[in-house]
Design a protein around this ligand. Structure first.
Ligand code: AMP
Length: 396
């Protein structure tokens, strides 16, 4: 089976053609500068091709993607008919979507209804969907939501303690993000530990970071909120902050709320604390060379991640498994070691030698650790392809 995975942003569109059973990617690429001029970067194995192609809208980007996938030289299919279905990454499913679903007119209307919750991403995701529908009208399309995995949270986890009218009238609540990654890691971990009923905390630590508390494969709580700004501090996002800080800064510096939120999203986190970079590799280099701000930024990050593991262990009444994923979680063994150092009280013990390895699926805890600790590289695209294939096969 061939599933085309589309992740449409406001001026870019990423694609992959994948077999959902093997996870083999036959081709992938990126259309960028949509609405400006247009460039296509296409990759088959190690062969890369870059072409300047006018892309006034997402329709031309999809047309260029389908053309290069069928190209005599760098294509991998002979006809669009070889694409069995398209899986679209959609940011915000609001309270409308609890799972992935086959796209029809009702689904499109519901994704539109969620635009106030995802004002930058949902319109771009819709452009990708509509462009695909126009050129492949008979190919099934599936929407996979970044928020859906977290919809099993109980109200005590997802409600904010603010007047109910904001929840009832405006759907303001915790949603959580990176749901496709959390879902993939939860499913894969169940296979790795060989059981379906267990309690785990997943740490998706990358440029954006979020954590989830998962019981028997279902999300019970997560660190991001109405937007991805909440939770642990990130590359450029502040993470949790007293809301009154916004009022203070806006009043004192004559900033608008939008300007202040831009600062909290794009100029805060590791970048702000280190004064050097949002990239954890640069922070490690800085800290190793005596830069105290870099060391403090990393220390703050590990402290906040460990605090959430503790909080979620309380919420779940203990945990059986702790997982690390995404760029930092998969590769930064020092971050994993520092986080686990705080968790001795839970009986977490990791093997320093095993923990030195990076980027691989592996258990890093010792045999006598009370909690199994795993590194599970995430694969959001495979999750999208599998959800898409499952829905399309079930509808046959
Ligand atoms: P992601 O958002 O999941 O792509 O993660 C990106 C982040 O992962 C980068 O900003 C780096 O900070 C971090 N990262 C990637 N590779 C490494 C590595 N080998 N060692 C430490 N951090 C890494």
């Amino acid at each position: 089976m061939n599933i085309l995975i589309i992740n449409a942003g406001s001026s870019s569109l990423k694609y992959q053609l994948m077999d959902p059973e093997t996870g083999v990617v036959s081709a992938k690429g990126l259309c960028e500068r949509i609405g400006i001029d247009g460039r296509l970067n296409h990759k088959v194995g190690e062969n890369k091709v870059t072409k300047d192609i006018p892309m006034p809208t997402h329709s031309e980007a999809i047309a260029a993607t389908l053309a290069i996938l069928q190209d005599a030289e760098c294509g991998v299919i002979k006809s669009v008919d070889e694409i069995d279905a398209v899986g679209h990454r959609v940011l915000h499913g609001g309270m409308e979507f609890f799972d992935s679903c086959i796209i029809n007119d009702e689904v499109i209307a519901a994704i539109k209804k969620c635009i106030p919750l995802g004002p930058l991403h949902n319109p771009a995701n819709l452009m990708g969907i509509e462009a695909c529908q126009a050129v492949m009208p008979t190919t099934p399309q599936v929407a996979v939501f970044d928020t859906a995995f977290h919809m099993t949270m109980p109200p005590k986890a997802y409600r904010y303690a603010i007047p109910t009218e904001y929840y009832e009238n405006d759907s303001i609540r915790r949603y959580g993000f990176h749901g496709t990654s959390h879902k993939y890691v939860a499913k894969r971990t169940a296979q790795l530990v060989g059981k379906t009923e267990f309690k785990m905390v997943n740490c998706h630590l990358g440029n954006g970071s979020s954590m989830s508390a998962v019981k028997d494969g279902k999300c019970q709580d997560t660190t991001m909120g109405l937007t991805p700004l909440a939770g642990v501090p990130m590359g450029t996002r502040s993470g949790d902050i007293d809301a009154a800080v916004v009022q203070f800064i806006c009043n004192k510096y004559g900033m608008s709320v939008d300007e202040c939120l831009n600062m909290l999203n794009k100029k805060s986190g590791m970048l702000a604390m280190s004064g050097v970079s949002s990239d954890f590799r640069d922070l490690e280099d800085g800290a190793n060379n005596g830069n105290e701000d870099c060391a403090l930024a990393r220390a703050k990050f590990c402290y906040e991640v460990a605090k959430y593991v503790g909080a979620y262990a309380a919420a779940l009444n203990g945990i059986d498994v702790l997982t690390f994923t995404a760029g930092v979680g998969e590769n930064d063994s020092a971050v994993r070691a520092d986080v686990c150092e705080y968790l001795g009280f839970l009986g977490v013990k990791i093997d320093p030698e095993l923990n030195k390895k990076r980027g691989k699926e592996m258990m890093i805890s010792t045999p006598d650790s009370k909690v199994q600790v795993w590194v599970v590289p995430t694969n959001e695209e495979l999750m999208i392809a599998q959800d898409t294939a499952e829905l399309v096969n079930a509808a046959k």
